[in-house]
Ligand binder design. Sequence first.
Ligand SMILES: Nc1ncnc2c1ncn2[C@@H]1O[C@H](COP(=O)(O)OP(=O)(O)OP(=O)(O)O)[C@@H](O)[C@H]1O
Ligand SMILES: [Mg+2]
Length: 234
Amino acid sequence: MLNVKDLNTYYGAIHALKGVSIQVNEGEIVSLIGSNGAGKSTLVNTIAGLLKPRSGSIEFEGKSIFRMEAYNLLKEGISLSPEGREVFGSLTVEENLKLGAYIIKDPKQINDSFEYVYELFPKLKERKGQYAGTLSGGEQQMLAIARSLMGRPKLLLLDEPSLGLAPNIVSQIFELIQQISKEGITILLIEQNAFMALKTSDRAYVLENGVVSLEGPSKDIINDDKVREIYLGI
Ligand SMILES: Nc1ncnc2c1ncn2[C@@H]1O[C@H](COP(=O)(O)OP(=O)(O)OP(=O)(O)O)[C@@H](O)[C@H]1O
Ligand SMILES: [Mg+2]
């Protein structure tokens, strides 16, 4: 479904992605783990069109999306829930969600999207009139994920959905990820919580200093000695 080959992305002189290749097949949950600064956000932000790569190729459903604008990528079916949530605090829950549906013109389809996300996130429905800035951290994260689903993507890119959340909320987020996957949405998941990510995903990539250092079925990666020592601390 998503085919990234030999991708190079720079920030000025900083070579952040050094020939990264990853593949995500339809229906999979694929996780991307790695230390702080490894290039995980750079990779998903490049796929989502927020950063322009210097070279390589990115194909989605057989079509090149290399250097395509973020706005058009949502139309192709790719949606990003960015690191750090980035919900609009002075807008209500409902207004935030509506922004996620900006590519949809038909009011009935927008209503369907609201129904769809309110079913997945009943708490957001209860709080639809509340300012997003007054939601708890976990609720804001739910809102960010819900907003990225409003455009009904085929591929969801989740950048650190569990960051900074209490353990019980973290498990709720991972349950939701599985539920979203069962709805037929393909997921590329970035996580600091490598253990939960590997438990939840089908396959995984380990990124180190802008290079893929290991890849394979998550059940194999979780048993890799180096991964256990560096990322799982066991
Ligand atoms: N806007 C920027 N300008 C310059 N360098 C940047 C910029 N954003 C990221 N970098 C650098 O690129 C490298 C990769 O950063 P990136 O944010 O992709 O890491 P990450 O794997 O997502 O880390 P984290 O787990 O901390 O979120 C880092 O060395 C970082 O300092
Ligand atoms: Mg990051």
